[in-house]
Ligand binder design. Structure first.
Ligand SMILES: [Mn+2]
Length: 430
């Protein structure tokens, strides 16, 4: 079986980029979280532009194809394996092709050189409408926005500038496919636009819509009429053409949604350093009395430490986790690394991943100090630990390993958003 059209296009795009064989580049880029919606919306919109340029006229097919449409995944390639729902959706939609192998990631492209003449660069943002600071070099080149977040009113002259609060950004991209297919005239084109929307692509487009709207379930108020219309439009393009109505397709949607959700939770096989980097943020605080800078990182991990299926039992003890976390803190020059675990036992039980469904939502927390760093002075580490223990987090120690304390965080309402200012206050007041 020959590779799919999408695979061939992505592969040739990668080769042309490497060989610098382009005059115009249209970069389509999702946000830095690189979640399923960002990945799919950027691929599918770049592919629409490519398909339009190929099918719009016979001249386009006889002249050298000089515009490179390039979806960019805004994370390093090594981190993509952590987006388990993305790799699962790509595999489900394209069973015979390894699509991720031909995608282009942030560490595989020299953005600075693309912004230099004679290259003409235009950047289209999907799933975000204001650039992350790491990509500010691209700001003058933004020509289009398709997004479903609140409008930050940047780039007012972008065209298209589609910002609409729908469940999934991919819904807005499906909308663009629909408009383009309906307005294209098949008799004048060699390769009608609709032939690019294969069953595989339709399945891929469906996946973020299902995840973001929670299976189009009206009781979660995530699915908007536009998400429903987009799904309706995709129906005849899906792998199984017997789905004529949304009602008849619902059992298929639910089983696909459940599988995607399960894949998203399946991180327990990842090695400890990957679990720590998957959702990590860091900040530098200034101690007001000593004027020292203190860098603190917080890793959120959706995997419980305790329990028979937990992280500690996987490693046989907590020691390898503390060791790997200490190395992680040293590599990133952190004074303090806090691991926060969050795990919904009830949700896991619902997809058969957890035997004890009654425990509900739980959090755990471990502060780990980088030996030899600013706050490694025993007085200061002791102060930080004491103040954390006295804080509103309601920490209860359940184990102590190699000088690190492992806590249950009984105030489960405090996510990283709340823990960060608490830690900031403690560091600034040392
Ligand atoms: Mn999104």
């Amino acid at each position: 079986m020959p590779p799919s059209k999408l695979y061939q296009w992505l592969q040739s795009t990668k080769l042309l980029l490497r060989a610098k064989q382009y005059a115009d580049v249209v970069l389509v880029m999702g946000n830095e979280a690189a979640d399923l919606d960002s990945v799919v919306s950027s691929i599918a919109y770049a592919y629409l532009r490519e398909a339009q340029s190929r099918s719009s006229s016979t001249i386009a097919t006889t002249q050298p194809h000089n515009t490179l449409h390039l979806p960019l995944i805004a994370i390093p390639r090594s981190e993509f394996q952590l987006r388990t729902e993305c790799t699962f959706a790509l595999k489900t939609a394209y069973q015979n092709d390894d699509i991720s192998s031909v995608l282009t990631f942030a560490d595989e492209i020299d953005l600075q050189s693309l912004t230099q003449p004679p290259t003409s660069l235009s950047v289209i943002l999907t799933d975000h409408n204001s650039l992350a600071s790491t990509y500010s070099v691209l700001a003058p080149h933004i020509t289009g926005i398709i997004d479903h977040h609140a409008d930050s009113h940047h780039h007012p002259t972008a065209d298209p500038r589609i910002i609409s609060v729908v469940g999934s950004c991919t819904t807005l991209v499906v909308n663009e496919w629909q408009k383009a297919i309906q307005s294209s005239n098949p008799t004048t084109t060699t390769d009608p636009l609709a032939t690019y929307l294969t069953p595989s692509l339709a399945t891929l487009l469906l996946s973020p819509i299902l995840i973001d709207t929670i299976d189009l379930n009206p009781s979660f108020y995530r699915a908007t009429p536009q998400d429903i219309t987009a799904t309706q439009f995709l129906l005849p393009y899906l792998q199984n053409p017997t789905y004529t109505t949304l009602e008849s397709a619902q059992p298929y949607f639910t089983s696909f949604f459940t599988a995607l959700q399960k894949a998203k939770l399946e991180i327990s096989h990842l090695p400890t350093p990957s679990l720590l980097i998957k959702d990590h943020k860091q900040w530098t605080f200034k101690c007001t009395t000593t004027n020292q800078s203190i860098t603190v990182g917080i890793s959120s991990v959706m995997f419980p430490l305790r329990g028979t299926n937990g992280w500690i039992s996987r490693e046989n003890s907590a020691t390898p986790i503390i060791k790997a976390a200490t190395t992680f803190a040293q590599e990133r020059n952190l004074d303090l690394l806090i691991i926060m675990t969050a795990f919904d036992h009830a949700e896991a039980a619902a997809v058969g991943e957890d035997e004890a469904g009654a425990k509900g939502f739980q959090r755990e927390l471990i502060p780990i100090f980088n030996p030899g760093f600013v706050i490694s002075h025993p007085d200061e580490t002791r102060k930080i630990v004491e103040r954390l223990e006295r804080s509103e987090l309601e920490l209860v120690k359940f184990q102590e390993v190699d000088g690190a304390s492992l806590y249950v965080q009984n105030n489960v309402k405090c996510s990283r958003k709340q823990v960060q200012p608490i830690v900031q206050g403690i560091c600034e007041g040392l």
